[in-house]
Ligand binder design. Structure first.
Ligand SMILES: [Zn+2]
Length: 258
């Protein structure tokens, strides 16, 4: 009996040809048939980390490819992967929160547990990006900066891009206080759907709505923005959620051009 999904997809994102993508769920079935949690952090256990990443990539399925991930630090730094000779180990040391490449057959990925993973693809220029858009990155306009970098480096036109928002915490669950909301002053309208005031004096922040607005302001067409539509905090069976659990695992979301 299959209890869980193998991979999580962004709805209708697969109808666009030229790339594969997926997000990892919380659980997988190991070789002994047991249900195990993905552990991409696996502190001090590099072998486990690598075997779990390989295990996930196998379910997609793509063969013998190891995802290129970054040393994410909630920044607005963007890394351009232009050099074919760079190894995943080298890239994993780079402190940045978005990765862009024109290289085919190289999966680029982002780790999250509530933050939004955003994938961007240019079918014409054949360029892809993976963005870590949490509260801090969103506040620093990381998705906008990534699109601008794609334009500058590769001549991508925003209106030709497609974007996919992977599983992240929804506006239903992401409660913040007034001080935290203050960091968004003059950046977003303090009104629905971006911000909702709660009766307890706190606020609900909708990272999906904020990033969608940012992408459309930058020139993406609303019909070219797709989403998994899953709230990580609401869905404990399928996802890790930092807000719900504190110390927890990570979701890996990747895109690979073919
Ligand atoms: Zn929720």
């Amino acid at each position: 009996m299959k209890l869980f999904v193998d991979t999580v997809k962004i709805n209708r994102f697969d109808t666009i040809s030229g790339f594969v993508h997926a997000s990892s769920p919380r659980y997988f079935q190991n070789q002994s048939g047991e249900i195990e949690q993905y552990d991409f952090a696996a502190k001090g256990n590099l072998q486990k980390k690598c075997s779990h990443m390989t295990q996930f990539i196998k379910t997609v399925p793509i063969k013998n490819k190891f995802p290129y991930v970054l040393n994410q630090v909630h920044s607005d730094q963007i890394f351009l992967l232009k050099d074919k000779e760079k190894t995943p180990e080298q890239v994993a040391k780079i402190k940045a929160d978005a990765i862009i490449t024109h290289l085919s057959e190289i999966p680029i990925g982002i780790f999250t547990a509530d933050c939004l993973p955003i994938l961007i693809y240019d079918p014409g220029q054949h360029v892809a990006a993976a963005v870590h858009a949490g509260r801090k990155g969103t506040c620093q306009n990381i998705v906008n900066k990534t699109i601008r970098a794609m334009s500058k480096e590769y001549g991508c036109r925003p209106e030709a891009l497609v974007a996919g928002i992977g599983p992240g915490i929804g506006g239903c669950c992401y409660e913040i206080d007034e001080t935290c909301l203050g960091t968004f002053e003059n950046k977003i309208p303090f009104e629905p759907p971006f911000v909702k005031k709660r009766e307890n004096g706190k606020f609900l922040l909708d990272l999906d709505a904020i990033n969608t607005r940012e992408m459309t302001v930058t020139g993406l067409l609303p019909e070219n923005i797709f989403r998994a539509g899953e709230c990580t905090c609401c869905s404990s069976m399928n996802f890790f959620s930092y807000r719900r659990e504190g110390q927890t695992g990570r979701i890996l979301t990747f895109i690979m051009m073919q």
